[in-house]
Design a protein. Structure first.
Length: 534
């Protein structure tokens, strides 16, 4: 029987057909699973962006050869609602499905900047957000989205329901992998404990082999299902001729699993199934925490963007009232907000003074009294009975929209500290593999029975996972926490810069206080019976 392993697609890493598509990329003949991946790789190479394949830590998604129609994104009403005008240009924030690593963000940046009419583009793999600024007279938004789609990155609106559904599905899949890893690790450790107690070799061989085979059955789904993201990442890194964190994780796991299987088959002295499953579990758990930090940070920004209501009560020319979508408001419209309602646009107060809670906008916990002619900004809450307002700016031109864009841009920027960590981890991975090889050779000469376990320990203990995961997760979590207490970071490097600050000047005290009051001290003056005081 002739069994042949089909090569993986150079672009997405999936299996290729019996007669795969081929293209010459960087003077090397490569195979592809479909014409879509082949066309993407061809364009990347022709645009002098082939370094993407060398730098990436995980491959792109498989590309549907059928073109997606984005013409609806060019409609004037859609652009008025979702994009912001910056001079003669427009700017929009997108979420790119499939952006998994810093190399993906690098490719998106350069691919969009290479398009005619694009003034600026910024992508961040941590948040998955892409900010594009383009001249609509020179290039259509649909053309830019088509370019992203043909590269394997599906664009979504930052608040789109379809993207939210895709995120929920991905979270469910990740939790399933983590759950299988957790259950498998507990069972593997339980069976391994019996083997550890038999350090003197008193256990019957049949009983020992029974525990080993049971542990093998438990460890297999953990390694190949729960650990699939690492295995997939390793294949893609090897295809790109680059060692990264996934290669170390998957290599260490497969080494422990494969060596344990060999020892089980030949009745060797030791197995390491428990090490393989625990390694997968701990790293999956670390990635889950990192993704949770990203979601919290993004949710805080989304909450800021959603602070405005969906509908507004506008006065008609005949003196009546009509409820309309907020995006239909125009300068000069008169709106009415009642107590506890949110102001839908940047307005000015008409007729009578009213009180507004502006804590979301400026941190002031005490409501502010606004007199006729004074501003009442979108996102503030009417704290009085009702207010009659005239619209000055609406939609993407409001101050809260500007704040949201500033925070999104800060999140979309790649922090310098994270970029340094990625470079260090990549170099460290190569050095670590070399050291592991030397360790194995030394122990193979001096004590062959311990060569494998010592080499495995070197790979597992020295894996740069903490460096690669901790810095992006810490920065993202810090930005999300600050947003939750009302402090918005407007630069990706703000936190690292803050460490060098020794003096801070505040222009007011409102942002330094918390809402609510408490009794600090009681002074009794000219009262003979203080016990009657409340």
């Amino acid at each position: 029987m002739d069994v042949r392993v089909r090569p993986a697609c150079f672009h997405c890493g999936e299996s290729t057909a019996a007669d795969p598509a081929t293209r010459r990329i960087a003077d090397v003949e490569q195979v592809f699973c479909c014409n879509g991946c082949a066309a993407a790789a061809e364009w990347i190479s022709s645009a002098n962006l082939a370094d993407y394949y060398r730098l990436r830590s995980s491959a792109g998604s498989r590309i549907d050869a059928a073109a997606t129609d984005f013409s609806a994104w060019d409609r004037a009403k859609f652009l008025d609602q979702q994009a912001r005008r910056v001079g003669s240009a427009l700017e929009i924030t997108l979420l790119a499905q499939g952006m998994r690593c810093a190399a993906c963000a690098w490719l998106i940046d350069r691919a969009l900047r290479a398009e005619r009419g694009v003034q600026d583009a910024s992508a961040n793999a941590i948040t998955g957000r892409v900010i594009v600024r383009w001249n609509p007279d020179q290039v259509a938004l649909s053309s830019l989205l088509g370019r992203l789609s043909r590269l394997g990155y599906r664009p979504w609106l930052a608040s789109g329901e379809a993207h939210e559904a895709a995120l929920r599905q991905a979270r469910h899949r990740d939790l399933m992998r983590l759950g299988v890893a957790g259950l498998g690790a507990m069972q593997a450790m339980m069976f391994a404990e019996a083997l550890y107690f038999d350090s003197n070799g008193d256990m019957a061989l049949a009983t020992r082999d029974f525990f080993r085979w049971i542990t093998f059955l438990v460890a297999t789904p953990v390694v190949f299902y729960s650990g699939w993201p690492f295995l997939q990442g390793m294949m893609r890194e090897l295809l790109g001729r680059r060692l990264g964190m996934d290669s170390l994780v998957a290599g260490s796991t497969l080494l422990a699993y494969g060596a344990s299987l060999v020892e089980t088959l030949r009745g060797g002295p030791q197995v390491w199934y428990d090490a393989a499953v625990m390694f997968v579990l701990l790293l999956l758990f670390a990635r889950t925490l990192e993704q949770r930090a990203r979601r919290i940070a993004s949710a805080r920004v989304d909450a800021l963007a959603k602070a405005r209501p969906a509908m507004a009560m506008r006065e008609t020319a005949l003196g009546g009232q009509e409820e309309i979508p907020v995006q239909d408001l125009k300068a000069g419209d008169i709106v009415r907000v009642i107590s506890a309602e949110t102001v839908p646009a940047d307005c000015r107060v008409l007729d009578a003074a009213s009180t507004f809670d502006e804590s979301l906008l400026n941190g002031e916990s005490t409501p502010v009294l606004r007199h006729p002619g004074e501003p009442a900004l979108a996102g503030s809450i009417c704290a009085g009975e009702s207010a009659r307002l005239v619209v000055d700016r609406s939609g993407s031109e409001t101050r809260i929209s500007e704040m949201t864009r500033l925070v999104e841009r800060a999140q979309a920027e790649r922090p310098a500290l994270a970029a340094v960590a990625d470079r260090v981890a990549s170099v460290f991975a190569v050095v670590l593999v070399g050291c592991a090889g030397l360790v194995y050779a030394w122990w193979r000469i001096h004590d062959p029975s311990r060569a494998l376990e010592v080499t495995l320990a070197v790979l597992v203990v020295s894996c740069p996972c903490a460096l690669s995961l901790a810095i992006p997760a810490a920065l993202t979590a810090a930005q999300g926490h600050l947003a939750g207490i009302g402090v918005l970071t407007l630069s990706a490097n703000a936190l690292s810069t803050l460490a060098r600050v020794d003096t801070i000047v505040f222009d007011k005290t409102g942002t330094l206080t918390r809402p609510g009051r408490s009794i600090v001290r009681m002074d009794v003056c000219a009262v003979e019976a203080p016990q009657f005081l409340l």
